[in-house]
Design a protein around this ligand. Structure first.
Ligand code: SF4
Length: 331
Protein backbone atom coordinates (compact mmCIF):
# COMPACT_ATOMS: atom_id res chain seq x y z
CA UNK A 1 0.00 0.00 0.00
CA UNK A 2 1.62 3.24 -1.15
CA UNK A 3 0.22 6.60 -2.06
CA UNK A 4 2.49 7.03 -5.11
CA UNK A 5 0.23 4.79 -7.23
CA UNK A 6 -3.23 5.97 -8.29
CA UNK A 7 -5.70 5.43 -5.46
CA UNK A 8 -8.32 2.72 -5.74
CA UNK A 9 -11.05 5.07 -4.55
CA UNK A 10 -11.00 8.84 -4.89
CA UNK A 11 -13.81 10.93 -3.41
CA UNK A 12 -13.94 14.64 -4.19
CA UNK A 13 -16.17 17.29 -2.69
CA UNK A 14 -18.93 14.79 -1.86
CA UNK A 15 -22.19 16.31 -0.65
CA UNK A 16 -25.38 14.74 0.60
CA UNK A 17 -28.07 17.23 1.55
CA UNK A 18 -31.51 15.96 2.53
CA UNK A 19 -34.37 18.25 1.59
CA UNK A 20 -37.94 17.85 2.78
CA UNK A 21 -40.82 18.45 0.39
CA UNK A 22 -42.32 21.93 0.57
CA UNK A 23 -45.79 21.96 2.17
CA UNK A 24 -48.51 24.33 1.19
CA UNK A 25 -48.48 27.62 3.14
CA UNK A 26 -45.46 26.54 5.17
CA UNK A 27 -41.97 27.98 4.78
CA UNK A 28 -39.46 25.63 3.15
CA UNK A 29 -37.34 23.75 5.67
CA UNK A 30 -33.57 24.13 5.35
CA UNK A 31 -31.72 21.15 3.86
CA UNK A 32 -29.97 18.82 6.29
CA UNK A 33 -26.32 18.95 5.30
CA UNK A 34 -25.39 15.42 6.35
CA UNK A 35 -22.19 15.43 4.27
CA UNK A 36 -20.86 18.71 2.96
CA UNK A 37 -17.78 18.73 0.75
CA UNK A 38 -15.85 15.63 1.82
CA UNK A 39 -12.70 14.56 -0.06
CA UNK A 40 -10.42 11.58 0.57
CA UNK A 41 -8.83 8.63 -1.17
CA UNK A 42 -8.25 4.97 -0.35
CA UNK A 43 -5.29 3.04 -1.74
CA UNK A 44 -5.36 -0.62 -2.74
CA UNK A 45 -5.10 -2.85 0.31
CA UNK A 46 -5.50 0.11 2.67
CA UNK A 47 -7.89 0.65 5.57
CA UNK A 48 -9.16 4.19 5.92
CA UNK A 49 -11.37 4.70 8.95
CA UNK A 50 -14.01 7.41 9.27
CA UNK A 51 -14.59 8.40 12.89
CA UNK A 52 -16.64 11.01 14.72
CA UNK A 53 -19.63 11.28 17.02
CA UNK A 54 -23.12 10.11 16.00
CA UNK A 55 -24.63 12.27 13.27
CA UNK A 56 -21.28 13.53 11.92
CA UNK A 57 -21.99 12.02 8.49
CA UNK A 58 -19.62 9.05 8.46
CA UNK A 59 -22.23 6.42 7.58
CA UNK A 60 -23.87 8.73 5.01
CA UNK A 61 -20.44 9.22 3.42
CA UNK A 62 -19.88 5.46 3.24
CA UNK A 63 -23.34 4.80 1.81
CA UNK A 64 -22.93 7.65 -0.70
CA UNK A 65 -19.72 6.05 -1.96
CA UNK A 66 -21.72 2.86 -2.65
CA UNK A 67 -24.64 4.93 -4.01
CA UNK A 68 -26.91 3.26 -1.47
CA UNK A 69 -27.92 6.85 -0.87
CA UNK A 70 -27.63 9.08 -3.93
CA UNK A 71 -25.16 11.93 -3.31
CA UNK A 72 -26.29 15.50 -4.01
CA UNK A 73 -23.04 16.37 -5.79
CA UNK A 74 -19.35 15.54 -5.95
CA UNK A 75 -17.29 12.80 -7.50
CA UNK A 76 -16.60 9.18 -6.55
CA UNK A 77 -14.03 7.41 -8.72
CA UNK A 78 -13.23 3.72 -8.44
CA UNK A 79 -10.08 2.83 -10.39
CA UNK A 80 -10.49 6.12 -12.28
CA UNK A 81 -14.10 5.41 -13.29
CA UNK A 82 -16.71 7.95 -12.15
CA UNK A 83 -19.43 6.04 -10.29
CA UNK A 84 -21.93 8.86 -9.92
CA UNK A 85 -22.57 9.07 -13.67
CA UNK A 86 -23.13 5.32 -14.17
CA UNK A 87 -26.57 4.05 -15.15
CA UNK A 88 -28.31 1.84 -12.55
CA UNK A 89 -27.36 -1.30 -14.51
CA UNK A 90 -23.71 -0.24 -14.95
CA UNK A 91 -23.57 0.62 -11.25
CA UNK A 92 -24.97 -2.78 -10.39
CA UNK A 93 -22.22 -4.44 -12.41
CA UNK A 94 -19.57 -2.24 -10.73
CA UNK A 95 -20.76 -3.40 -7.32
CA UNK A 96 -18.87 -6.65 -7.88
CA UNK A 97 -15.81 -4.65 -6.84
CA UNK A 98 -17.55 -2.70 -4.11
CA UNK A 99 -19.23 -4.61 -1.29
CA UNK A 100 -20.54 -3.71 2.15
CA UNK A 101 -20.67 -5.28 5.60
CA UNK A 102 -23.51 -3.87 7.69
CA UNK A 103 -23.63 -2.98 11.36
CA UNK A 104 -26.45 -5.32 12.32
CA UNK A 105 -25.56 -8.78 11.05
CA UNK A 106 -29.01 -10.17 11.81
CA UNK A 107 -31.03 -7.48 10.05
CA UNK A 108 -28.80 -7.71 6.97
CA UNK A 109 -29.40 -11.45 6.41
CA UNK A 110 -32.54 -12.79 4.77
CA UNK A 111 -34.16 -15.02 7.46
CA UNK A 112 -35.82 -17.21 4.81
CA UNK A 113 -32.60 -18.23 3.12
CA UNK A 114 -30.11 -20.75 4.41
CA UNK A 115 -26.63 -19.48 5.19
CA UNK A 116 -25.31 -21.22 2.08
CA UNK A 117 -27.90 -19.52 -0.14
CA UNK A 118 -27.12 -16.13 1.43
CA UNK A 119 -23.43 -16.46 0.57
CA UNK A 120 -24.19 -17.89 -2.89
CA UNK A 121 -26.70 -15.13 -3.73
CA UNK A 122 -24.18 -12.57 -5.10
CA UNK A 123 -22.65 -15.28 -7.33
CA UNK A 124 -26.10 -16.26 -8.57
CA UNK A 125 -27.01 -12.62 -9.20
CA UNK A 126 -23.89 -11.95 -11.23
CA UNK A 127 -24.02 -15.33 -12.93
CA UNK A 128 -20.53 -15.68 -14.23
CA UNK A 129 -18.32 -15.91 -11.18
CA UNK A 130 -16.27 -19.08 -11.41
CA UNK A 131 -18.84 -20.49 -13.79
CA UNK A 132 -22.55 -20.53 -13.13
CA UNK A 133 -22.78 -24.23 -12.33
CA UNK A 134 -24.40 -24.98 -8.99
CA UNK A 135 -21.62 -27.39 -8.05
CA UNK A 136 -18.95 -24.72 -8.51
CA UNK A 137 -20.96 -22.26 -6.46
CA UNK A 138 -21.39 -24.83 -3.70
CA UNK A 139 -17.68 -25.47 -3.67
CA UNK A 140 -16.88 -21.76 -3.40
CA UNK A 141 -19.46 -21.29 -0.64
CA UNK A 142 -17.80 -24.08 1.33
CA UNK A 143 -14.39 -22.49 0.79
CA UNK A 144 -15.72 -19.08 1.90
CA UNK A 145 -17.27 -20.64 5.01
CA UNK A 146 -14.01 -22.21 6.05
CA UNK A 147 -12.09 -19.02 5.19
CA UNK A 148 -14.20 -16.93 7.59
CA UNK A 149 -14.09 -19.55 10.35
CA UNK A 150 -17.48 -21.24 9.89
CA UNK A 151 -17.94 -24.97 9.51
CA UNK A 152 -19.00 -25.81 5.93
CA UNK A 153 -21.89 -27.93 7.30
CA UNK A 154 -23.36 -24.70 8.71
CA UNK A 155 -24.39 -23.77 5.15
CA UNK A 156 -27.67 -25.64 5.76
CA UNK A 157 -28.62 -23.56 8.81
CA UNK A 158 -30.75 -20.41 8.89
CA UNK A 159 -29.51 -17.04 10.24
CA UNK A 160 -31.39 -17.37 13.56
CA UNK A 161 -29.39 -20.51 14.36
CA UNK A 162 -26.10 -18.56 14.48
CA UNK A 163 -24.60 -16.38 17.23
CA UNK A 164 -24.00 -12.66 16.57
CA UNK A 165 -20.33 -13.19 15.76
CA UNK A 166 -21.12 -16.10 13.42
CA UNK A 167 -23.73 -13.99 11.62
CA UNK A 168 -21.17 -11.27 11.05
CA UNK A 169 -18.77 -13.91 9.67
CA UNK A 170 -21.59 -14.87 7.32
CA UNK A 171 -21.92 -11.23 6.27
CA UNK A 172 -18.18 -11.13 5.62
CA UNK A 173 -18.33 -14.35 3.54
CA UNK A 174 -21.14 -12.82 1.46
CA UNK A 175 -19.11 -9.62 0.95
CA UNK A 176 -16.12 -11.70 -0.17
CA UNK A 177 -18.08 -13.87 -2.60
CA UNK A 178 -17.29 -11.81 -5.71
CA UNK A 179 -13.65 -11.00 -4.84
CA UNK A 180 -14.26 -7.28 -4.25
CA UNK A 181 -11.52 -4.66 -4.33
CA UNK A 182 -13.11 -2.44 -1.68
CA UNK A 183 -15.40 -3.31 1.20
CA UNK A 184 -17.30 -0.63 3.07
CA UNK A 185 -17.50 -1.75 6.70
CA UNK A 186 -20.31 0.16 8.41
CA UNK A 187 -19.69 -0.27 12.15
CA UNK A 188 -19.18 -4.01 11.59
CA UNK A 189 -18.38 -4.90 15.20
CA UNK A 190 -20.34 -2.39 17.25
CA UNK A 191 -23.35 -4.74 17.63
CA UNK A 192 -21.15 -7.62 18.83
CA UNK A 193 -19.99 -8.68 22.29
CA UNK A 194 -16.59 -7.30 23.19
CA UNK A 195 -15.13 -10.82 23.32
CA UNK A 196 -16.20 -11.41 19.71
CA UNK A 197 -15.20 -8.00 18.35
CA UNK A 198 -11.47 -8.76 18.38
CA UNK A 199 -12.00 -12.04 16.49
CA UNK A 200 -13.97 -10.32 13.74
CA UNK A 201 -11.50 -7.42 13.48
CA UNK A 202 -8.58 -9.85 13.26
CA UNK A 203 -10.44 -11.86 10.61
CA UNK A 204 -10.90 -8.68 8.53
CA UNK A 205 -7.19 -7.93 8.86
CA UNK A 206 -6.20 -11.47 7.84
CA UNK A 207 -8.47 -11.30 4.79
CA UNK A 208 -6.95 -7.96 3.81
CA UNK A 209 -3.44 -9.38 4.06
CA UNK A 210 -4.44 -12.41 1.99
CA UNK A 211 -6.56 -10.79 -0.73
CA UNK A 212 -5.33 -7.17 -0.77
CA UNK A 213 -8.83 -5.78 -0.15
CA UNK A 214 -9.18 -2.12 0.81
CA UNK A 215 -11.59 -1.16 3.60
CA UNK A 216 -13.51 2.04 4.17
CA UNK A 217 -14.14 1.42 7.85
CA UNK A 218 -16.81 3.39 9.70
CA UNK A 219 -16.56 3.17 13.47
CA UNK A 220 -16.88 5.08 16.69
CA UNK A 221 -14.80 2.71 18.84
CA UNK A 222 -11.36 4.30 18.69
CA UNK A 223 -9.60 1.24 20.13
CA UNK A 224 -10.88 -0.81 17.18
CA UNK A 225 -9.96 1.98 14.77
CA UNK A 226 -6.43 2.14 16.15
CA UNK A 227 -6.03 -1.59 15.70
CA UNK A 228 -7.27 -1.95 12.14
CA UNK A 229 -6.54 1.35 10.34
CA UNK A 230 -3.71 2.52 8.16
CA UNK A 231 -5.12 6.04 8.03
CA UNK A 232 -7.91 7.78 9.92
CA UNK A 233 -10.23 10.63 8.86
CA UNK A 234 -12.05 12.52 11.62
CA UNK A 235 -15.46 13.97 10.74
CA UNK A 236 -17.41 16.71 12.45
CA UNK A 237 -20.84 17.88 11.29
CA UNK A 238 -20.46 16.74 7.69
CA UNK A 239 -16.84 17.89 7.24
CA UNK A 240 -13.52 16.08 7.48
CA UNK A 241 -11.48 18.04 10.01
CA UNK A 242 -8.32 15.92 10.13
CA UNK A 243 -6.74 13.05 8.18
CA UNK A 244 -3.46 11.36 9.02
CA UNK A 245 -1.85 7.96 9.25
CA UNK A 246 -2.96 6.08 12.32
CA UNK A 247 0.18 6.50 14.43
CA UNK A 248 0.45 10.23 13.76
CA UNK A 249 -3.21 10.84 14.45
CA UNK A 250 -3.19 8.96 17.75
CA UNK A 251 0.14 10.34 18.97
CA UNK A 252 0.06 13.91 17.63
CA UNK A 253 -3.51 14.98 16.88
CA UNK A 254 -3.70 18.59 15.73
CA UNK A 255 -7.37 19.47 15.49
CA UNK A 256 -8.97 20.41 18.85
CA UNK A 257 -11.92 18.10 18.12
CA UNK A 258 -9.61 15.13 17.49
CA UNK A 259 -7.76 15.88 20.75
CA UNK A 260 -11.03 15.82 22.68
CA UNK A 261 -12.20 12.65 20.92
CA UNK A 262 -8.94 10.81 21.64
CA UNK A 263 -8.86 11.90 25.27
CA UNK A 264 -11.96 9.74 25.80
CA UNK A 265 -10.02 6.55 24.96
CA UNK A 266 -9.32 4.65 28.21
CA UNK A 267 -5.64 4.37 29.16
CA UNK A 268 -4.77 0.70 29.90
CA UNK A 269 -2.04 1.57 32.44
CA UNK A 270 -3.58 2.68 35.78
CA UNK A 271 -0.36 4.54 36.65
CA UNK A 272 -0.67 6.78 33.60
CA UNK A 273 -2.96 9.64 34.55
CA UNK A 274 -5.81 10.01 32.07
CA UNK A 275 -6.14 13.53 30.66
CA UNK A 276 -9.83 13.65 29.79
CA UNK A 277 -11.01 16.68 27.83
CA UNK A 278 -14.73 17.30 27.76
CA UNK A 279 -16.69 18.34 24.73
CA UNK A 280 -18.95 21.26 25.69
CA UNK A 281 -22.55 21.46 24.57
CA UNK A 282 -24.55 19.48 22.04
CA UNK A 283 -23.67 19.10 18.38
CA UNK A 284 -25.30 21.86 16.30
CA UNK A 285 -28.02 20.90 13.85
CA UNK A 286 -26.76 19.92 10.40
CA UNK A 287 -29.82 21.80 9.06
CA UNK A 288 -28.39 25.03 10.44
CA UNK A 289 -24.63 24.56 10.87
CA UNK A 290 -22.55 27.32 12.48
CA UNK A 291 -20.86 29.84 10.21
CA UNK A 292 -17.08 29.74 9.67
CA UNK A 293 -15.54 26.74 11.40
CA UNK A 294 -18.41 24.39 12.23
CA UNK A 295 -16.69 23.46 15.49
CA UNK A 296 -16.44 27.02 16.82
CA UNK A 297 -19.49 26.74 19.11
CA UNK A 298 -17.76 23.98 21.09
CA UNK A 299 -14.08 24.63 20.54
CA UNK A 300 -11.99 25.64 23.58
CA UNK A 301 -9.57 27.51 21.27
CA UNK A 302 -12.13 29.41 19.19
CA UNK A 303 -11.41 33.05 18.33
CA UNK A 304 -13.26 35.72 16.38
CA UNK A 305 -11.95 34.60 12.99
CA UNK A 306 -13.36 31.10 13.56
CA UNK A 307 -16.93 32.44 13.30
CA UNK A 308 -16.18 34.22 10.05
CA UNK A 309 -13.93 32.05 7.98
CA UNK A 310 -14.17 28.37 7.04
CA UNK A 311 -10.78 26.72 7.67
CA UNK A 312 -9.50 24.80 4.64
CA UNK A 313 -8.37 21.20 5.06
CA UNK A 314 -4.67 21.70 4.31
CA UNK A 315 -1.51 19.64 4.64
CA UNK A 316 0.62 20.35 7.70
CA UNK A 317 3.19 17.57 7.28
CA UNK A 318 3.86 15.15 4.45
CA UNK A 319 4.48 11.45 4.91
CA UNK A 320 4.63 8.27 2.84
CA UNK A 321 1.01 7.62 3.81
CA UNK A 322 -0.58 10.75 2.40
CA UNK A 323 0.41 13.45 4.88
CA UNK A 324 -1.26 15.06 7.85
CA UNK A 325 -4.21 17.27 6.85
CA UNK A 326 -6.04 19.57 9.26
CA UNK A 327 -8.85 22.10 8.99
CA UNK A 328 -8.11 24.68 11.71
CA UNK A 329 -6.93 28.32 11.58
CA UNK A 330 -4.53 27.82 14.49
CA UNK A 331 -3.03 24.36 14.03
FE1 SF4 B 1 -11.31 25.73 16.94
FE2 SF4 B 1 -11.06 27.90 15.39
FE3 SF4 B 1 -9.59 25.74 14.91
FE4 SF4 B 1 -12.21 25.73 14.44
S1 SF4 B 1 -10.68 26.97 13.41
S2 SF4 B 1 -11.02 24.14 15.43
S3 SF4 B 1 -12.97 26.96 16.12
S4 SF4 B 1 -9.50 27.03 16.72
Amino acid sequence: MTTTEAPLLRVRNLRKHYTSPKRWLQPAKPAIQAVDGVSFSVARGETLSLVGESGCGKTTTAKSVMRLVEPTSGSVELEGQELLSLSPEDMRQRRRDLQIIFQDPYASLNPRLTAGDIVAEPMRNFGNFGGSAAAERRERVQWLFSRVGLRPEAAKKYPHEFSGGQRQRLGIARALALNPKLIVCDEPVSALDVSVQAQVVNLLMDLQAEFGIAYLFVAHDLAVVRHISHRVAVMYLGHIVEIADRDTLFSKPLHPYTEILLSAVPVPNPRTPARRLLLQGDPPSPANPPSGCRFHTRCPMAQAVCKEKVPELSERASSSQGGHWVACHFR
